[in-house]
Design a protein around this ligand. Structure first.
Ligand code: CTP
Ligand code: CA
Length: 217
């Protein structure tokens, strides 16, 4: 099996509200860092593009730190041409404040309204905007109707596989070190039963490599 070039996104993004506050997503980065470690361990070349986490960069992995959704978008756009397999597991903020003042916002009334605008969809840009032709793996975080929402994302974002997480379950996902996921392919769905995130990560890396062989890339 020849070694592949992996591009992996991980962690949350962080969108400033003012100089002392920000909006972010719940994500420890553990799943993405486990993927990077698993791929490097299997002898592949790995670039990890990550939002802020408290994790150490796995051994043998190239690292590109970013903060905002826009920074992650730019980094992925620049690096996508060098990847055979892209696994986008980051919890990207879907919205960011429309404007960010230089000065701290002081509290005044009993309520406040924050105006937000959509960020760009990185995974959704891979095929059409970035012209990525390699194996594309996305993640889906859902609290209900997991399989049907995840399958919708697979089709809309033109992925080869979606790793679907049921984030309503407290025993898996988020800060847990175990996970259980559905792997959604265009023609079938497989269950990866509850196991350590490191074990799940190895299986995802292996299946992504198998997809490369299947496509004859
Ligand atoms: N994603 C991305 N860029 C965004 C938002 C999401 O690349 N601006 C990617 C995530 O990294 C993940 C996939 O899209 O691989 C699905 O993310 P998710 O939040 O589950 O889906 P969304 O398309 O954002 O839809 P929603 O949050 O409304 O369920
Ligand atoms: Ca989202």
């Amino acid at each position: 099996m020849p070694s592949m070039r992996f591009l992996i996104t991980a962690g949350p993004t962080k969108e400033a509200i003012d100089p002392v506050r920000y909006i972010t997503n719940r994500s420890s980065g553990k799943m993405g860092y486990s993927l990077a470690e698993a791929a490097a361990h299997d002898g592949h070349r790995v670039l990890l593009i990550s939002g802020p986490t408290s994790l150490d960069v796995p051994h043998g992995v190239d690292f590109l730190p970013v903060e905002t959704a826009q920074e992650m978008y730019d980094a992925v756009q620049n690096q996508a041409p060098y990847a055979d397999i892209a696994i986008l597991s980051a919890a990207v903020a879907d919205y960011r404040p429309v404007s960010v003042p230089d000065r701290k916002i002081k509290k005044t009334g009993e309520r406040m309204i924050l105006e937000l605008e959509r960020t760009k969809d990185i995974l959704g840009s891979m095929r059409m905007e970035f012209g990525f032709r390699g194996i594309l793996v996305g993640f889906a975080a859902e609290t209900h109707d997991v399989e049907s929402y995840a399958r919708g994302k697979l089709e809309r974002k033109q992925c080869d596989m979606i790793v679907a997480n049921d984030v309503s379950r407290r025993d898996i996902g988020f800060d847990a070190s175990e996970n259980e996921v559905l792997l959604i392919y265009p023609d079938r769905t497989d269950l990866l039963e509850k196991a350590a995130k490191t074990h799940i990560a190895h299986q995802i890396v292996e299946r992504a490599c198998r997809l490369v062989r299947g496509k004859g890339l």
